[in-house]
Design a protein around this ligand. Structure first.
Ligand code: ADP
Length: 634
């Protein structure tokens, strides 16, 4: 025994809340605690295996790696014992006394009060160990860190505090003993436990052993129980990805997905491939159904679990897939990389680059196949991860055509409000002679749909893509073209109007007719706009704003400003619909002050219609009210 006295410590506040929940609220699906504890044990063994590579002195564990599970019906306990990496005293306090992960806050927020759903959330947020308290009213952990001489004992009844003391343990590893609650004694029954292990842990690569099953009670010929326990493997104990596809059931793939992703829902689909040749590796890539809570944290967890020759190397190896595929989960097992590979090394390794290229194609192919064969599943994928995929053409020039095929948009076709239209479908439905794919970008769908910039196209029955995601303008600028058809932002550049032969003449006429009007307007508005010119792109609105072909659009500009970027001053072009009654009225206005008011209002309205904010809204309101009063006076 060590001389160290037992020390009692309080759980961190969040840990306390979580424990309270485990103890008092979660009754359904209680068996998951075993999955969590075996998963921890298996991770600890992976870590030991990895540690031995750099510190050979640690040596192998006697008898090989294994997890032992023992159910004791007499004492109403279940014990999970591993010979993995173990924990030092400080690590025990840190790992089992606090919740370090930011994910737990998100976990707490997502609790619905529905016990079944809530208990499923546990696994997702990696609060696994505490699930012991769903079935136990006292938990004892004895652990010894590999390389350390002494062991530590941790004990708690949940709720407020835990006790730490010194302990004895022959080998590195961890033993977790659960003293089961009276209503959870089913887990002291070895047959019950055996079936739970089969259900959740078949794919785990270390053997999970249980004592040889006792002979049936009525078998009188049975030998008297020997004191030597015979341990027998209960699970398949073969890393799932090393088996051949035809041998693996969908259920096994899904169970493994939950193990690698900490997701509680099934995966949407997966792709499992063994590659041989210059580079040898196996990949098993999954697409989740749901976005993780940290999808938008650039620093959020992403990447694959990396194994090298079956040895676990690291979680979240993010070098094997581009950022825009960060939702992909799974495993990569390489035969070529050195076992002592580090994150730094991964960043500048040619083999890694080749694998990254191949895995990226693999995911994009998986998506194309899904889009072609299971369009409804693809729609679900798109609604969840489409916005992330839209980062693709900007990030990955090589694959931008492949990504382009996967994009979906809302459009003016039947006022399609959701993103369902592919560029291919757009092109197939183009009018004869149409060479351009038109789109408009706005803050939201309604603004895009009612944008003045697309009035003429609408009238001609030409389809326009309606874009309202933040990345859309960026996406389109990187895409440039599709199927040799230029992509054209309707709010940019001059409207020469290739789709209508008569437009050119109409425009020339309008130019002639509006020379003096434009001169007068320029006199009033020159501080706010670069130029004023007539246009044929409007049919029902009196005016709109445009920017030059290669300038930043209004939507992008707003986004950059919102992100705190100082933007260079840039004046838009004001385009006017000369045939509109308001402009004709303006042309005839002899009173200079009223002319100025009307011109300013016209410009302000064009600003509002594109979804931008007025610089001086009070001024706009005052002018408009002045006109309204004059109108009612006359
Ligand atoms: P998670 O496993 O998701 O990190 P847990 O609450 O289950 O969350 O465990 C917290 C931490 O405690 C683990 O990350 C690990 O460092 C440590 N731990 C848990 N079980 C074991 C074990 N059997 N052996 C070694 N370390 C363990």
């Amino acid at each position: 025994m060590t001389a160290e006295a037992a020390q009692t410590m309080g759980f961190q506040t969040e840990a306390k809340r979580l424990l309270h929940l485990m103890i008092h609220s979660l009754y359904s699906n209680r068996e998951i605690f075993l999955r969590e504890l075996i998963s921890n044990a298996s991770d600890a063994i992976d870590k030991h295996r990895f540690a031995v590579i750099s510190e050979p002195d640690l040596g192998a564990q006697t008898g090989g790696y294994r997890v032992r599970v023992e159910a004791d019906a007499e004492n109403k306990t279940i014990t999970i014992d591993d010979n993995g990496i173990g924990m030092s005293r400080d690590e025990v306090i840190d790992n089992l006394g606090t919740i370090a992960k930011s994910g737990t806050a998100a976990f707490m927020e997502q609790l619905s009060g529905d016990q079944k759903a809530d208990s499923q959330l546990i696994g997702q947020f990696g609060v696994g160990f505490y699930s012991s308290f769903i079935v136990a009213d006292r938990v004892v952990v004895v652990t010894r860190k590999a390389g350390d001489a002494s062991a530590t004992r941790w004990e708690s009844e949940g709720e407020d505090e835990f006790t730490i003391s010194g302990a004895e343990r022959e080998e590195a590893g961890t033993t977790v003993t659960l003293h089961l609650k009276a209503d959870a004694d089913e887990f002291a029954d070895s047959w019950r436990v055996r079936s739970v292990i089969k259900k959740y842990s078949d794919h785990i690569s270390v053997p999970v052993m249980m004592p040889e099953p006792p002979p049936p009670a009525d078998d009188e010929a049975a030998d008297p129980p020997s004191s030597e326990v015979e341990w027998q493997p209960v699970n398949e104990a073969k890393a799932l990805w090393t088996r051949s596809r035809s041998e693996i059931s969908d259920e096994e793939y899904q169970a493994f997905y939950k193990h690698v992703s900490s997701d509680f829902e099934d995966a949407l689909t997966w792709s499992h491939n063994a590659v041989e040749g210059k580079l040898e590796y196996t990949s098993l890539l999954y697409l989740p159904q749901r976005a993780p809570f940290d999808l938008w944290h650039r620093e959020g967890a992403r990447g694959l679990k990396l194994y090298i020759q079956r040895t676990f190397i690291m979680d979240e190896a993010e070098q094997f897939l581009p950022m825009y595929l960060r939702f992909v989960k799974g495993v990569l097992d390489s035969s070529d990389l050195p076992l002592n590979v580090s994150r730094e090394l991964l960043q500048q390794n040619q083999q890694v680059d080749s694998m990254r290229g191949a895995l990226t194609k693999r995911v994009l192919d998986m998506l194309s196949k899904m889009a072609a064969k299971e369009p409804e599943t693809y729609e679900r994928f798109w609604d969840t991860f489409g916005v992330v995929l839209k980062e693709g053409p900007g990030e990955d020039f090589t694959n931008r055509e492949k990504v382009a095929e996967l994009l979906r948009f809302a459009s003016t076709r039947d006022d399609l409000p959701v993103q369902r239209l592919s560029l291919k479908q757009y092109v197939e439905a183009m009018k004869e002679g149409q060479q351009t794919i038109y789109y408009v970008v706005a803050e939201n769908h309604a603004t895009a749909k009612n944008s003045p910039h697309i009035e003429a196209l609408r009238k001609q029955g030409i389809e326009v893509l309606l874009l309202s995601d933040r990345v859309d303008e960026w996406l389109m600028s990187h895409l440039g073209e599709y199927d040799s058809k230029a992509l054209r932002d309707c709010a940019k550049g001059e409207w020469e109007d290739a789709e209508d032969d008569t437009a050119k003449e109409a425009l020339e006429e309008a130019e002639k007719a509006s020379e003096s009007l434009i001169e007068r307007m320029q006199g009033v508005l020159s501080e706010r706009v670069a130029t004023i010119r007539p246009t044929v792109r409007l049919t029902s609105s009196p005016a709109c704003l445009t920017v030059a072909e290669h300038e930043m659009g209004a939507q992008m500009r707003r986004m950059m400003e919102a992100a705190g970027q100082a933007m260079p001053e840039s004046k838009p072009t004001m385009e006017i619909n000369v045939g509109h009654p308001l402009l004709q009225r303006l042309d005839q206005e002899a009173d200079e002050e009223r002319f100025a008011d009307l011109a300013q209002i016209l410009l302000d309205q064009a600003v509002l219609a594109e979804g931008s904010a007025l610089e001086d809204p009070a001024d706009y309101v005052a002018r408009l009210n002045k006109l309204l009063v004059e109108m009612s006076d006359s």
